[in-house]
Design a protein around this ligand. Structure first.
Ligand code: FER
Length: 244
């Protein structure tokens, strides 16, 4: 494992690269955590291990305001995360072992993967959204996120719960995002993994996304929650058996 920082317009993004053993040249999967998440979460590590064991190298990167990266949580937005991924892509160009590129993200990271797929349909060979939170733009337009309610037409300075506080700019950005056009623009293989007992992001969104993508396989993990707690072995098996 190599640990380092990737510059993203002056913000240092914390990254860890785990090469697949015995693979001189091969695919790389960029792996991104969710909202309030980081790269050492059990489900993220499980996916990294499964990918590595499948011969896929993995670059875990923590996005703006998360984990060991620069920026504050309160000031993060999906546009900042989009810029972060562009910076990661510049960095990846310097890795000479990389053949194909995959993008995998959990939850808000899964939404990000779906957005990036629409912007860079020729860059990513495949997308792997895990419990993708692609209802975030919709719920922000309606005036609620993760139990915090607000007036969607008069967005407050800050949105707060007991666990976190977030600039209203997060909401403004999210409200401007429409995921369907991004879904339409990506014709490559998409592999969605979602627990059917997820109470954070309803499983029905995975079904809806799978219907909209041209080339999507959806695997549900029965009884699994948003972070696949207690179902990590199944998550491993599902990722391990995935073939592009
Ligand atoms: C929301 C539902 C889910 C939300 C964020 C998420 C900010 C993302 C969760 C995750 O990334 O794990 O309403 O609003």
């Amino acid at each position: 494992m190599k640990e380092y920082y990737i510059d993203s317009d002056g913000i240092q993004l914390h990254a860890k690269l785990d090469r697949a053993e015995g693979v001189e040249k091969g695919p790389l999967c960029i792996l991104i955590h969710g909202f309030t998440g980081h790269m050492e979460e059990e489900h993220i590590i499980e996916v990294q291990k499964a990918m590595n064991d499948s011969g896929v190298s993995v670059l875990r990167v923590e996005m703006y305001g998360h984990g060991g990266s620069g920026g504050t949580f309160a000031e993060h937005t999906l546009y900042k995360w989009v810029s972060n991924v562009f910076s990661v892509l510049e960095h990846v160009k310097t890795l000479d072992f990389v053949t194909d590129l995959y993008l995998c993200g959990h939850s808000q990271g899964g939404l990000l993967a779906m957005m990036m797929g629409g912007m860079c349909p020729d860059v990513f060979k495949a997308l792997i959204p895990l419990s993708p939170a692609w209802m975030i733009p919709e719920v922000c337009r309606q005036g609620s996120i993760l139990g915090a309610d607000f007036d969607p037409e008069h967005i407050p300075e800050m949105v707060e719960t007991e666990e976190w506080s977030l600039s209203g700019n997060y909401i403004r950005v999210a409200q401007s995002i429409f995921v369907e056009p991004a879904i339409e623009r990506f014709g490559g293989p998409v592999f969605i993994v979602h627990g059917d007992a997820d109470e954070t992001v309803p499983y029905s969104y995975a079904v809806k996304a799978a219907e909209k993508y041209k080339n999507c396989k959806l695997v549900s993990i029965h009884g699994a929650d948003h972070c696949f707690n207690g179902h990590l072995d199944e998550l491993y098996t599902v990722i391990r058996s995935w073939k592009v």
